[in-house]
Write a protein that binds this ligand. Sequence first.
Ligand SMILES: *Cc1c(COP(=O)(O)O)cnc(C)c1O
Length: 404
Amino acid sequence: MSAPSNTSPSSPHVMPTYGRLPIALSHGQGCRVWDTQGKGYLDALGGIAVNTLGHGHPRLVSALCDQVGKLIHTSNYYHIPLQEQLAAKLVQLSGMSNVFFCSTGLEANEAALKLARKFGHNKGIDRPEIVVYEKAFHGRSIATLSATGNPKVQAGFEPLLEGFIRVPINNIAALEKATAGNPNVVAVFFEAIQGEGGVNPMDADYLKQVRQLCDQRDWLLMIDEVQCGMGRTGKWFAHQWASITPDVMPLAKGLGSGVPVGAVVAGPKAANIFGAGNHGTTFGGNPLAMRAGVETIRIMEEDGLLEHAARVGEHLRAALQRELGSHQGVKDIRGKGLMLGVELTVPCSELMARAVEAGLLISVTAETVIRLVPPLILSKAEADEVVAILAPLVRALLAEKGVT
Ligand SMILES: *Cc1c(COP(=O)(O)O)cnc(C)c1O
């Protein structure tokens, strides 16, 4: 979330919403990308947990080319068989019951928030309230930035949307206290592993306790799997490590391997809240996006990428631990599978630019956390290379800042 340092001036025509690093990428293959000057980079960011299959995956490329030639877009006025196909697959993988398709993460979350409000109204609650979390990130629309727990994302866009109750993660007593005696609560909404907030996992015990509380109080359990879902942690969805099932699950990022695809998956408790005319989108669920989702999942299954992500993630984490774990300036190394964070004791956003100079793409989030969310096809040798480039940069930065 923090703007990288050493950014170049923006184009005169594109709004300066991002501090951009001084390179432009032109093509990629696997976990490697090349810039317009011909310099190569190892990609440990995957377009922020988006490029599930890396770059130029031959089976994805041929499927997408085939689809572009047949049909890119029609309209949700008509049946779209590929929607049925991808929905059936997501239902099977999640154990939930039906799906609404959109194009981005914030749209999936927006749909979840609308589901929660309508769920409340259907029960006679006129002013429904939704529990959200400190350090959460859910997107940048007015509703999703209101649900987000980062004042920097919200500043300048007030008034925020009302109807949110904010609590800290992994603290069931705080959740019970914040909602005690409040008849307007309709849902609890969080990321199974906070991404932008600094790679902060929800404990399995906490997830089970929240599931139980939602059942007791008739609240919707809504888990934002936009970043941590789609196989990244070694299960299809990160909450599955706790053997629970949510009532509502927004997805996006990795679902289309780079083609914009978002989805909100609903369980039985939320499956019949939206009727005709309650929600919609022009692009959502179009044939090209659906084909990208179908083929991404097919290739992940054929190539065993869940097991692979778990195995290589463990290898990467062990290598990070070995090279950096005992350093004074390294506070924590955490995450699951190929969603890892290295938290330093000092701000480190400079590392993004320094890594680019050294031929590595990473990000820094929440000011002090190096985030690694590479394509799920990363090999063990590539994981070793990530650490071989990154560790000396981290040690040098810490030394400069007087942390030895
Ligand atoms: C990225 C992200 C979003 C927003 O997705 P967009 O596609 O940028 O709108 C929402 N929730 C989480 C957890 C995310 O990581």
